[in-house]
Structure formats: C-alpha cells, structure tokens
Design a protein around this ligand. Structure first.
Ligand code: ADP
Length: 511
C-alpha cells in the first residue's frame, strides 16, 4: 500500500496515533526522575520502569519477579505489610509512606513510595507504585535534627538561663536553667504551665534595680527589647515574697528583627550573680570595717605628732621638726585614703549623707586652689573664671571633688608645670573644669575611669600609685547633686575633667 493511500485509511490512522501516544508515555516513564512499578496481588514486581536504576542501582530486569518486601529493612517490614494489606482491601486507595529501601550496593536509601490499588482495573490488574528518591531531603532533615538537638543540648547545658519570647511577649523557648531560676522543676514544666501559674509566679517575685528601687514591668530588659531597643541589660534583684530569699541576676535582652525591621523574637540571657553579689557585699563590709579600725589609730598618731611638734618647737630641734613635717604629710595621705575607703563603703550601703546649703561655688574653687597651691611646689594652679556662682549643695563634698580632680591633675602631669581651673555657667548649670597637660588617657579607658577601682593599666599608667576610687567617689557626689561629670583627653597631651552643678533653683531660694 502506498503512503498516500495509507493517509486515508482511518484504521491505520488510529494505530499510528496510538503508537505515537504509547511512545510518548514510554518516554515520559523512562525519563522521569521517579520510578514506576507494577506489583502483583502477591506482592511481586511485574513491571519496573528504568529510572529505578538511578534510584536503587538495580536494573528493572533484576527486580522483576522479586518480592517488593525484600527491599524493606526488617524494622519497616511490619508497617509496610500493614499498609499493603490496607491498600489491598480497598480498590482505588492510595497510600504514601517514607521508608529506607535496599540499594544494590547494600546501603539503604530513603524512598517515598505511593501505592494505589488498581487490581480491579482490567487493563492494569496490579498495585501501581511510584518511587521517589528522598535521600537528600532525609539527609538534610537528619542533619537539621542533629544540629537542633546539639543546639538544644548546648542551650540546656549553658550556665546561663535563656528564654525566647515572641513578638507578643509570650515565652516560646526556655532552657532548664531559666526554668529553675523561675521556680519550675524543668523547661517543659515551665513551657506547659497554664497562664495562671505563670502570672502567679511573676507576682510572687518583687523586682528591684541595682539601687533597690522597685522596677516596673516596662523597665525590664525583655519589655524594652520588645519596643526595639537593642543590647538592653539590667542588674535585677528578685525578692521572693514567699521565702524572702533574694537573688541577683544580670539580664541581657536582644530583639531579633525581620526584614522589615519589626521585632520577631526576643532572646533573654539571665546570669545568676547572687553569689558574686554576696561576695561583693562581704568585701564592702570588710572595707567598711577595716577603714573604721584604721581610722582610730591614725587619728591618735596625728594627735601625738601635734604634741611632739610643740615640744620640738620649744626645744628648737629643727631636724626633728623636719621629720615630723614629713610624718604629718604621710599621715594626711593615709587619712585621705582611709576616708575615701569609708566613703566608698557608705556609698555602697547608700549611707553617704549630704549637708546641703546655698553657697558660692566660685569662692569654694578659689579657696581650694589657694589651699592646694600652698602645698604644691611643682605646679602653678591658675584660676580663670567668673565669680559669685550660687549653687545649692554640700560644700565640703563638692570641695572633695575639686581636690580629687586637682590632685589627679598634678599627679598625672609630672612633666608639666601648669594646671588651669575654670568656673563658668550657662542658663542652668555651673561648670567647673580642671585642665592638665600631662599623660592623658586613651579613648578606650575614658568611659571606664569613673568606675569603682578602675585604673589605667598601660605601662605608663601603672607607674602611678593609687586605689582607683577618687574619680568614682567624685562622680557619685556630682550625680547626687544632679550634675554630670565629663572628661576630654588626648593621650600624651593632657586631660580636662569637668563637672556641672545645677544653679540654685527658684523653689530653693530662701524667702
Ligand atoms: P587613682 O587613685 O588611681 O588616681 P582615680 O579614681 O582618681 O584613682 O583615677 C582613676 C584612674 O584614672 C587613674 O588610675 C588614672 O589612670 C586615670 N586618671 C585620673 N585622672 C587623670 C589625669 N588627670 N590624667 C591622666 N589619667 C588620669
């Protein structure tokens, strides 16, 4: 038959179309990334498509006639048979399971198999199973699970308490330490606690700040981070109203933002520093006791030097008088150290008292400069400033600040010979500054030198004696006067320390 005659034969046209579509389906099945298999009602492979080789290493021919269950690991056999039975009972039912499957190389590969019962379909008369290779996905899931487990183990074994809150403030994660600190036996117990229990628990603790002032809930670091504040931290005292026990925690909170900058999560890290605080308290008590004990004998020695002074003077014993002057100077230094230590312990206990009154700050500065100049031969202290600056405060304590700044300016500028003291005022504050031309302070140390016991430890700074408490006491005194202390300094070129004291307020002017 000619080709042109064939074109008009309807029967031949159908056969051709059928062959075309069979080719297409075969190509689809053979080139798919999934493998297809027909399994008889006895569970034996009657057809397996070629992609099986990419997935399991076996050729289709090697699997023909094999039992499908031979490819299952023993621990999955029961579940495989159970599913197979369920599918066999219900024509048309489809079941999908994920399971390891035997590879030709003897290893197990993760497969997702979807089986449909087509036994009743006269053209198929088999179970049709689709195999999909999910080995990579399973491996990544496994890695993710392991990483999550490791991460959780790390978090649970961390020395710090860790909690995570969502954007509504609810706790979504808590480790065991945080749960124990909050009075729960475990993290699960805390996470599963009904809201009422959590509320009761929060009410059971009274929270106070470092100075012992009550803290409002909005002041807590977690709440502040919820408002978008970053790197929030606070030292919090938790007073258990039932047991009376006090715990100290350093709480740090950090918001985690989404791409639009909205708060998604809050991570809180709670470090229990109760023991450290108890130790600090013992240390403060020791300093307080030691300085009290030292004060009495030093006062008595000072008294006797005065008696000796008048005796040697009567006798005209110049040499002994000279020694006595040196002794007196050293005793003055010792007295200053002891009173600084006493002040610091009073400050820690919140017991430093202030005797406040109206006075002329400029006059105080001039008197202090004169007094110090009388005992200083190495430096000229220049006064440069306005007069009659009325403030309200403790004259002696502010004088103490000035003495600290001036003695530091002299001490830390051994190569220079001038210190300049200025008094100025703006609309609200009197400003006193002390400038020296000495060793200066590097930027990195500048915000720390007002901390208790802080001293610059570079090779040059180390050579100066001291306890690192003068600036701490000074800044605390200035703070008590609602003033501010500042430093400007360039390493090697000198420093200017300044403090402000609010000018007397109208309500405080005596009638
Ligand atoms: P100290 O008894 O050590 O002088 P301070 O509290 O008065 O204690 O000062 C703290 C530290 O600040 C000092 O140890 C010193 O390193 C630094 N410092 C203070 N004043 C000056 C200054 N005028 N110039 C350079 N460094 C200074």
């Amino acid at each position: 038959m000619s080709a042109s005659a064939n074109r008009f034969n309807p029967h031949s046209q159908t056969t051709e179309a059928f062959q075309q579509s069979e080719k297409l389906f075969r190509a689809l099945i053979e080139n798919s990334s999934d493998a297809l298999a027909l399994v008889s009602d006895e569970g034996v492979f009657t057809y397996v498509s070629p992609p099986v080789q990419k997935i399991l290493g076996f050729t289709p021919e090697e699997l023909l006639g094999c039992r499908a269950t031979n490819l299952f690991p023993p621990e999955y056999l029961a579940i495989a048979l159970e599913r197979f039975e369920a599918v066999s009972k219900t024509p048309g039912l489809t079941v999908t399971i994920e399971h390891p499957c035997l590879h030709k190389d003897g290893s197990w590969r993760w497969i997702e198999s979807t089986t449909t019962n087509h036994l009743h379909n006269p053209t198929i008369q088999a179970f049709v199973t689709n195999f999909r290779d999910i080995n990579k996905r399973k491996q990544s899931e496994e890695e993710l699970r392991r990483a999550k487990e490791q991460f959780e183990a790390i978090l649970h074994n961390a020395a710090d308490g860790i909690t995570v809150q969502d954007a509504s403030g609810s706790i979504v994660y808590v480790n065991n330490v945080a749960a124990t600190l909050s009075g729960f036996p475990s993290a699960e117990a805390m996470l599963n606690a009904p809201p009422d229990t959590l509320r009761q628990l929060i009410q059971r603790f009274v929270m106070k700040d470092e100075e012992g002032n009550l803290m409002a809930v909005d002041e807590l670091p977690g709440r502040r981070a919820l408002q978008g504040e970053k790197n929030v931290q606070a030292l919090i005292q938790y007073v258990d109203t039932i047991t009376g026990q006090i715990r100290w925690s350093l709480v740090k909170s950090q918001p985690i933002l989404d791409e639009d900058g909205r708060v998604q999560l809050i991570v809180n890290v709670v470090t229990d520093i109760s023991e450290r605080q108890a130790f600090e308290q013992r240390k403060d008590e020791f300093i307080s006791m030691a300085s009290h004990e030292l004060k009495t004998p030093v006062t008595s020695i000072k008294g006797f030097t005065q008696i000796l002074h008048s005796r040697y003077k009567k006798r005209g014993d110049e040499e002994s008088l000279r020694f006595l002057t040196i002794m007196n100077e050293q005793l003055d230094k010792l007295t200053k150290l002891i009173s600084d230590l006493l002040d610091i312990s009073k400050m820690q206990a919140g017991k430093l008292t202030f005797q406040e009154d109206f006075f002329d700050l400029s006059l105080l500065v001039q008197e202090t400069v004169e007094h110090l100049q009388a005992t200083t031969s190495t430096h000229k202290i220049q006064f440069d400033g306005i007069r009659d600056v009325q403030v309200f405060g403790d004259r002696d304590r502010l004088g103490q600040v000035l003495v600290n700044l001036l003695t530091n300016a002299i001490k830390y500028s051994p190569q220079a010979d001038t210190v300049i003291v200025r008094v100025a005022a703006d609309l609200e504050n009197a400003i006193v500054s002390v400038q020296d031309f000495g060793i200066g302070i590097q930027k990195g140390h500048q915000d720390k030198i007002f901390e208790r016991f802080y001293q610059v430890t570079d090779p040059e700074g180390k050579t100066f004696p001291g306890l690192g408490i003068g600036l701490y006491i000074s800044s605390e005194i200035v703070k008590q006067h609602n003033g501010q202390m500042r430093i400007e300094s360039i390493k090697g070129a000198g420093s200017t320390f300044s403090f402000t004291v609010p000018l007397r307020e109208s309500k405080e002017i005596p009638q």
